[in-house]
Design a protein around this ligand. Structure first.
Ligand SMILES: C=C(O[C@H]1C=CC=C(C(=O)O)[C@@H]1O)C(=O)O
Ligand SMILES: [Mg+2]
Length: 466
């Protein structure tokens, strides 16, 4: 049975409350314990009673960093378009300033961690679809399970107020142990059954691809990513943990994420890293240009070779490489980018892929890098501003958090953001799925339409439980 023996939180809590009284403002207290191994999906699932709507899940493709948060100790959110990246960083920095952090481990992602993301375009007119997700939304979880290189750590974070007393910390001690004990209760979830699939305005979408193509020769615009939506209706409430478990089993090569807010859950399996920062080492990814997987090994290799030599896809990819290179060179000492793309093969699709390594300057923060990179031409287009304006104008879809940065940063400034692709938004017994594709001068609306069809598959399979 898993228990945390230490009761230091009581004394630490009293110290934090005294500090809050002295300063006349809240003080963050965080403490870390090492645990025996825990199944990350079970941890997410045990939060469904007490912390429904306040959970997140993150796994990187190699499974080096897995983070699951239950409960919200502090929420940072804003609907303001200007400075939104900076504001999150500022509020996080302010909270950390007088914090008491008891963490003897050096691993990234252990200790207080902020998890969340940004909407794709804060200036796009808002619809009901994303009403639960403001333009920037982050949680500092009450309980964070970090599985870093297969070692498990539990961080408890509490924002202590001047008026708090010892009863708060006694309650937390009990709650934490109950939570860990409940890891051993086994409950089976039943998959909701898909009743209806509505494709949102497919003909209008193809027309918008044709219209945009006409604007891509001669003018300033080189590339615009256009996305569309499927709305699915199920026979009963969709359980996020079931879909998440399916994604986890089915999409080994991708980032697996889930992010709840007020009853909705945004989740997916994205192959695309936006940026990772570990001390000064920066990793980013150029991912654009797509073809289907083959039914046989031979066909798969042949399709991959075709993609590697296809001019339309190479151009679509090259725009991303150019932009990421330029953006990173502004804030890095060094940027290393190979001259030619390779293939990234995920379960349903293969992409042109160029990995990027950089060395950040000392004054470069992770959120600054996110701001500079978002949206890359894999999600927005080129030039950035004009492409985002075009999307705002022609796209029917309210993208919300789709195609936007989602991830985490720890109290030492390390962290990682993925681009939230191959994703869906669960709302009760309905879900919206999103997929887009890079439109360039040589694009044909029918084949772009089929490409988006491939990109819906990971979420469709996970939701159907196949
Ligand atoms: C916009 C999406 O994919 C991007 C990432 C990889 C390949 C892409 C493409 O070939 O069009 C897209 O730029 C999506 O999955 O919704
Ligand atoms: Mg494409």
């Amino acid at each position: 049975m898993l228990t945390i023996q230490g009761t230091e939180i009581k004394d630490r809590g009293i110290t934090a409350v005294k500090k809050a009284q002295q300063l006349g403002r809240p003080v963050l207290l965080s403490e870390v314990y090492k645990l025996d191994s825990i199944n990350p999906l079970s941890f997410f699932k045990i939060g469904s009673e007490r912390f429904l709507g306040e959970r997140f899940f993150w796994k990187d493709p190699k499974g080096e960093n897995i983070l699951i948060g239950l409960g919200i100790s502090k929420q940072i959110q804003s609907d303001q378009a200007t400075d939104r990246f900076f504001r999150v960083g500022k509020e996080w920095g302010d909270l950390l300033e007088d914090s008491l952090i008891f963490n003897e481990y050096v691993e990234m992602g252990v200790g207080p961690v902020l998890f969340g993301g940004f909407s794709f375009d804060p200036n796009k007119e808002k619809t009901e679809l994303w009403s639960k997700y403001p333009d920037s939304l982050f949680y500092l979880p009450k309980y964070l399970l970090s599985i870093i290189n297969e070692e498990a750590y539990l961080t408890t974070s509490i924002v202590c107020m001047p008026q708090d007393d010892h009863t708060l910390f006694e309650r937390i001690l009990d709650e934490r142990n109950e939570l860990l004990h409940s890891l051993y209760q086994n409950s089976q979830n039943e998959q909701a059954v898909l009743l209806e699939t509505k494709e949102i305005a497919p003909e209008q979408w193809k027309q918008s691809v044709n219209d945009v193509v006409k604007e891509l020769t001669g003018g300033p615009l080189k590339k615009v990513v256009l996305a569309r939506e499927l709305r699915l209706i199920f026979d009963k409430q969709i359980e996020a943990e079931t879909v998440l478990e399916n994604l986890y089993r089915q999409q080994h090569e991708s980032f697996i994420f889930a992010f709840e807010s007020n009853g909705d859950c945004f989740l997916g399996a994205s192959p695309e890293r936006l940026v990772k920062k570990q001390e000064n080492e920066i990793l980013s990814t150029c991912l654009a240009g797509s073809i289907s997987r083959g039914k046989t090994v031979e066909e798969d290799v042949r399709l991959g070779e075709t993609l590697l030599h296809d001019q339309k896809n190479l151009i679509e990819h090259q725009y991303v490489v150019e932009m990421i290179k330029e953006a990173l060179e502004e804030s890095c000492e060094k940027v290393i980018i190979p001259d030619h793309p390779q293939l990234m093969k995920v379960r349903d699709i293969q992409h042109l892929y160029t990995p990027v390594i950089g060395e950040a300057r000392n004054d470069t923060s992770l959120l600054l890098l996110v701001e500079k990179l978002h949206p890359t031409p894999a999600l927005g287009g080129l030039p950035k501003r004009e492409a985002v304006e075009k999307i705002r104008q022609v796209e029917v879809l309210d993208r919300g958090f789709y195609a936007a940065p989602l991830g985490w940063l720890d109290y030492r400034g390390n962290g990682e953001f993925a681009v939230a692709l191959r994703s869906g938004l669960i709302q009760g017994n309905e879900a919206s799925l999103f997929a887009g594709c890079g439109v360039v001068a040589d694009s044909k609306s029918e084949s772009e339409y089929l490409e988006t069809g491939l990109k819906f598959r990971p979420m469709l399979r996970a939701l159907r439980g196949e």
